[in-house]
Design a binder for this molecule. Structure first.
Ligand SMILES: CC/C=C\C/C=C\C/C=C\C/C=C\CCCCC(=O)SCCNC(=O)CCNC(=O)[C@H](O)C(C)(C)COP(=O)(O)OP(=O)(O)OC[C@H]1O[C@@H](n2cnc3c(N)ncnc32)[C@H](O)[C@@H]1OP(=O)(O)O
Ligand SMILES: Cc1cc2nc3c(=O)[nH]c(=O)nc-3n(C[C@H](O)[C@H](O)[C@H](O)COP(=O)(O)OP(=O)(O)OC[C@H]3O[C@@H](n4cnc5c(N)ncnc54)[C@H](O)[C@@H]3O)c2cc1C
Length: 593
C-alpha cells in the first residue's frame, strides 16, 4: 500500500468528535470548547481572509482555542461585560483590558490549562464610543513554552459540581495589544482609521451560543436515553417482592410505579432526539441564509433554541434523577454511572444561558406574536408559531375515538400555549395601562411568561414527535414507537393538566382518560422495554455503569467493582492503628479501669 490510511482524520469533524467521545468520555476534554465554540465562531464570524488563516490551523489542531465570554460579575447580562477592547489607530491595534476584579473572565472551558488562544468577548471602543460586546481572536499563551503572554493572567477556577476533566479557567488582561485584524470581521468591522461598520443584525456575534443551545437538545436526548437504558436494564435484573403472593419475586420492572418512573424518560429522550435533529437543521439552514444575506430566520431560530434548551435540560435533570431513584440503593453508588451522567447533564441548565433567562427570551418572541394577534394580523407561514393565530376547538376532544394522529391531543397543547400566551400578554398591557413601565410589568409577569414558553415548547416537541413517527414506513418499528408516542403525549397532558383544567377546557373525565391511556401505554411498552433500549446500541463504555451492563451480569461485577476500590487494596488501612484503632484501644483500656 502506497499510503497507509490514517486512523483518524483530525480535520474531519465527525471523526474527531467520535474519537474524542469514545476515548475521553462524556465529562469533557481539552478540545471541547475548541471544537464546539471556537471553530463555529470562526466559521460564522470570521471574514473570508480570517477564515483562510485560522480555520485550517484550528481544524488541524495547531492551536487550541476556547470561548471566553462570561466574567466573574456577569454571565447573563452581556451588555454589562466589563472587558474592554479599545482601538488605537496609531498602531492599528486593540488594547484589551480587565479594569476590575469582576471583569475577570471566569468559567471558559479549557481556558485554565489547555488553550493558547481564545475567542474573547469585549466591549469595543473606537473613536471614543462604545459599540457593545464583540468577539476577538486573541493569543493567550506562547506557542512553544505555553506560558501566559505578557499582560495576561490565566489559570484554572478549581473543582466544580462535575465535568472536572474540563479545565474551566479565569483570565485577566493588563493592557494587552492585539492586531486590528484579530477582531472577528465578518459582520461588524473597525476600519484602519477607527471607523466602526455595524453588522446587519447586532446579535450575529452570538451565533456560537445559538449553535450550542441547538446542540444541547440532542445532548439531553442522549443523557436521557443513556440513563433510561441503565434503569430499564437494571430493573429487568433486579428482583424484589411479589405481585402475586407465593408466585415468586418479580423483576422490579413489572411494577407499574417503576414503569411510570422510567418509561416517560425514555419517551422524552426520543422526543428530544427528534426535535434536536429539527433544530440543528434549522440552525444549518439559517447560517446558510445568513451567508447569502438573508437574516429573516434569526429571531425564530433564537426563540426556538432558547426555549428548547431550557425545557429539555430541565426535563433531563428531573428524568435522570428519576432513573437514579428507580435503581434504589445501587443507583446511589458511582457504579451506577448516574453521578457522572447527572453532574454533566445538569451543567446544561446553567451554561449557554441560565434556563429562566432562556425561557424569558422565548417569551419575548411570543409576546410579539400575541401583539400581532391582538392587532388582528394574519400568520406569516411560520410552521412553529402559526398555530397561535388560529382558533382551536372550544373544548378539549382528547377522549374522542376519531383522534387521528393525535390531532386532538396536539390541539390541547396548542390551546394551552395560545391561552397562556395571550393571557400574559393582556396582563402585560393592563399593567402598563395601570402605570407600570414595560420592564416592571415584564418582571411582574415573569413566572407566567415562562409558563407560556413551556407550553409553546411542549407543543413543538409533541408535534415534531407525531410528525416524525408518522413518516416511518416499517410497521413493526412504527408500532413500538407509537406506544412510546402515546405515553409521551398523555404523560405531557397530565403534566400540564392544571393549565388545561383551569379554564374548563379539559374536564376531569378527560384527565382520567389521559391517565388511562398512560397506564395502557406502560403495559404495551413493558414487554419491549429491554429490546428498545438495546436497539440504541450504546456501548458499555458509554454507559459507565455496572447496573446497565448489556450482558446483565450486575451482581458479580458489582462485587468486583467494589473490590477494586483503592480502599480495598489492603484489609487494614495503613493508618488504622494510628487513629481509629488507637481510639478504640484507648477506650477499651479506659473502660477496664
Ligand atoms: C453528550 C453531550 C451532552 C450535552 C451537551 C451537548 C452539547 C454541548 C456541547 C458542549 C458543552 C460543553 C461545555 C459548555 C460550554 C458552555 C459555554 C458557555 O456557557 S458560553 C457563555 C454563554 N452565555 C450565555 O448564554 C449568556 C446568556 N445571555 C445572552 O445570551 C444574552 O445576553 C440575552 C440574555 C439573550 C440577552 O441579550 P442582550 O442583553 O444582548 O439583549 P436584549 O435582551 O436587549 O435583546 C435584544 C434583542 O436581541 C435578541 N437576541 C438576544 N440574543 C440573540 C441571539 N443569540 N440571536 C438572535 N437574537 C438575539 C433578543 O431576543 C432581543 O430581541 P427583541 O426582543 O428586542 O427583538
Ligand atoms: C459547566 C459550565 C461551563 C461553562 N463554560 C463557559 C464557557 O466555556 N465560556 C463562557 O464564557 N462561559 C461559560 N460558562 C458560564 C455560563 O455561560 C454562565 O454561568 C451562564 O450563562 C449563567 O450566567 P451567570 O453565571 O451570570 O448566572 P446569573 O445570571 O448570575 O444567574 C443567577 C440567577 O439570576 C437569575 N437571573 C439573571 N438574570 C435574570 C433576568 N434577566 N431575569 C430573570 N432572572 C435572571 C438566573 O435565572 C439565576 O437564577 C460555563 C458555566 C458552567 C456552569
Amino acid at each position: 500500500m502506497e499510503h497507509a490510511p490514517k486512523a483518524i482524520d483530525v480535520t474531519n469533524d465527525v471523526e474527531m468528535r467520535t474519537f474524542n467521545f469514545f476515548t475521553m468520555g462524556i465529562d469533557g476534554h481539552p478540545l471541547g470548547l475548541h471544537l464546539d465554540m471556537a471553530i463555529p465562531t470562526i466559521l460564522n464570524n470570521a471574514d473570508e481572509e480570517q477564515q483562510k488563516d485560522w480555520l485550517p490551523k484550528a481544524a488541524n489542531r495547531e492551536f487550541i482555542a476556547t470561548y471566553a465570554q462570561t466574567e466573574m460579575g456577569h454571565g447573563t447580562n452581556l451588555k454589562k461585560l466589563e472587558t474592554t477592547a479599545t482601538y488605537d489607530p496609531k498602531t492599528q491595534e486593540f488594547v484589551l483590558n480587565s479594569p476590575t476584579i469582576t471583569s475577570t473572565k471566569w468559567w471558559p472551558g479549557n481556558l485554565g490549562k489547555s488553550s493558547n488562544y481564545a475567542v474573547v468577548m469585549a466591549q469595543l471602543y473606537t473613536q471614543g464610543k462604545c459599540h457593545g460586546a464583540h468577539p476577538f481572536f486573541v493569543q493567550l499563551r506562547d506557542l512553544n513554552t505555553h506560558k501566559p503572554l505578557k499582560g495576561i493572567t490565566v489559570g484554572d477556577i478549581g473543582p466544580k459540581f462535575g465535568m472536572n476533566t474540563v479545565d474551566n479557567g479565569f483570565l485577566q488582561f493588563d493592557h494587552v495589544r492585539t492586531p486590528r485584524r484579530s477582531m472577528f470581521m465578518k459582520h461588524a468591522k473597525v476600519l484602519p482609521d477607527g471607523r466602526y461598520v455595524p453588522p446587519v443584525h447586532d446579535k450575529l456575534n452570538y451565533s456560537a451560543m445559538v449553535f450550542i443551545r441547538a446542540a444541547i437538545v440532542s445532548g439531553m436526548a442522549y443523557h436521557l436515553l443513556v440513563t433510561s437504558t441503565i434503569a430499564v436494564r437494571y430493573s429487568a435484573i433486579r428482583r424484589q417482592g411479589e405481585i402475586t403472593p407465593g408466585a415468586g419475586e418479580v423483576k422490579v420492572l413489572d411494577y407499574q410505579t417503576q414503569q411510570h418512573r422510567i418509561f416517560p424518560q425514555l419517551a422524552r429522550g426520543l422526543a428530544f432526539r427528534l426535535s434536536g435533529q429539527y433544530i440543528m437543521k434549522l440552525y444549518t439552514q439559517t447560517m446558510d441564509d445568513i451567508r447569502n444575506g438573508d437574516i429573516s430566520a434569526v429571531p425564530d431560530l433564537h426563540a426556538l433554541s432558547c426555549g428548547l434548551k431550557a425545557v429539555t435540560t430541565h426535563h433531563a435533570a428531573l428524568g435522570l434523577e428519576q432513573c437514579r431513584m428507580a435503581c434504589g440503593g445501587h443507583g446511589y453508588s458511582q457504579a451506577s454511572g448516574f453521578p457522572l451522567h447527572y453532574s454533566v447533564a445538569v451543567g446544561a441548565c446553567t451554561y449557554e444561558g441560565e434556563n429562566m433567562v432562556m425561557l424569558l427570551q422565548t417569551a419575548r418572541h411570543l409576546m410579539k406574536i400575541a401583539k400581532a394577534i391582538r392587532a388582528g394580523q394574519s400568520p406569516k407561514s411560520n410552521k412553529i408559531v402559526d398555530y397561535l393565530f388560529h382558533k382551536g376547538p372550544p373544548k378539549c376532544l382528547i377522549d374522542q375515538a376519531y383522534d387521528t394522529n393525535y390531532r386532538n391531543v396536539l390541539e390541547s397543547f396548542e390551546h394551552l400555549a395560545r391561552r397562556q400566551t395571550l393571557e400574559v400578554y393582556d396582563k402585560l398591557v393592563q399593567l402598563q395601562q395601570q402605570g407600570r413601565n414595560y420592564e416592571q410589568a415584564w418582571n411582574d409577569c415573569a413566572v407566567e411568561l415562562c409558563k407560556a414558553t413551556r407550553a409553546h415548547v411542549r407543543t413543538f416537541l409533541a408535534r415534531t414527535f407525531v410528525e416524525e413517527i408518522d413518516k416511518i414506513s416499517d410497521l413493526s418499528i412504527k408500532s413500538v414507537l407509537q406506544d412510546l408516542l402515546q405515553l409521551y403525549l398523555y404523560y405531557e397532558v397530565t403534566e400540564c393538566a392544571t393549565g388545561l383544567l383551569e379554564d374548563g377546557f379539559m374536564t376531569g373525565q378527560q384527565h382520567k382518560y389521559a391517565k388511562k391511556k398512560i397506564y395502557e401505554a406502560l403495559e404495551k411498552i413493558r414487554p419491549n422495554a429491554v429490546s428498545i433500549v438495546d436497539s440504541f446500541d450504546f456501548q458499555d463504555r458509554e454507559l459507565h455503569s455496572v447496573l446497565g451492563r448489556r450482558d446483565g451480569n450486575v451482581y458479580e461485577n458489582l462485587l468486583k467493582w467494589a473490590q477494586s476500590s483503592p480502599l480495598n487494596k489492603t484489609d487494614v488501612l495503613p493508618f488504622h492503628h494510628k487513629y481509629l484503632g488507637k481510639m478504640m484501644e484507648e477506650a477499651r483500656q479506659r473502660s477496664k479501669i
